[in-house]
Design a protein around this ligand. Structure first.
Ligand code: SAM
Length: 224
């Protein structure tokens, strides 16, 4: 598949801001209790299902990947930004990090026991999300779990007008309604098992949504 054109902007921007991003992004231990609880619950789900390793898609500098590893989850990271992957490898030499895109994963069908998409799907234009969620469905083993976390809204497209750490960035962000994300996950064949909405609070201006979903184990259920 030819690379979608928006991905070059995402890659270039994150390559440019990677060193600044790693200084600014919170360590998972500093997250609010509900966000930490969702990561802990996901870790427990994938450990119990025991269907294979977890891929942290859009892992950035690998802090959340390392957090999952500390919770006894077999996990590796994938990111479209080579600079992010370089930082992750340097910080966590015992973990595996590779450059790749969630739009076309170089992974076999049913290879994963879990997928984490942590604040990494919001740069994907909504018309491309079915491609990404089809990749999630294809690569998850039956019974495997997804945790997707990110900001939601009413469909706003935040255009790339801001500067990050002195660098202008050239990617946009899409704040889809939580119902729309649920619908797209369901259409991709995943069962949404839980949704948590955290309303804006001190220190946050946007609603954070966490979705857990599972690839069904009974393939007969997919047939008409
Ligand atoms: C806001 S950062 C989040 C990084 C990390 N998950 C965290 O929470 O610290 C978004 C990351 O998603 C990556 N990303 C965006 N679209 C991607 C894609 N299609 N495939 C792989 N990575 C992608 C970016 O390169 C960036 O590192």
């Amino acid at each position: 598949m030819t690379e979608p054109s928006y991905l070059a902007a995402v890659r270039d921007s994150y390559d440019t801001v990677a060193a600044e991003y790693v200084l600014r992004v919170k360590d998972p231990s500093e997250l609010d209790p509900l966000s930490r609880a969702m990561l802990a619950a996901f870790a427990e789900l994938v450990r119990a299902a025991d269907r294979g390793p977890v891929a942290d898609l859009g892992c950035g500098p690998g802090k959340v990947t390392a957090h999952l590893a500390s919770l006894d989850v077999p996990v590796f990271g994938i990111d479209v930004s080579p600079e992010m992957i370089e930082l992750a490898r340097r910080a966590y030499p015992d973990l595996r990090f590779t450059v790749g895109s969630m739009t076309a994963l170089e992974l076999d069908d049913d290879a994963l026991g879990g997928i984490l998409a942590y604040y990494s799907t919001h740069h994907t234009p909504p018309e491309m999300l079915p491609v990404v969620f089809a990749e999630f469905h294809r690569t998850l083993a039956p019974g495997g779990h997804l945790l997707l976390v990110g900001h939601v809204g009413s469909g706003e497209h935040l255009r790339p007008t801001h500067v990050y750490g002195g660098h202008p960035v050239s990617f946009g962000s899409y704040l889809l309604p939580a119902d729309r994300i649920t619908e797209l996950l369901t259409r991709a064949g995943l069962e949404v098992t839980a949704r948590l909405l955290q309303e804006p609070d001190e220190g946050t201006t946007r609603t954070i949504a966490s979705f857990t979903a599972r690839k069904p184990t009974d393939r007969r259920a997919d047939r008409p």
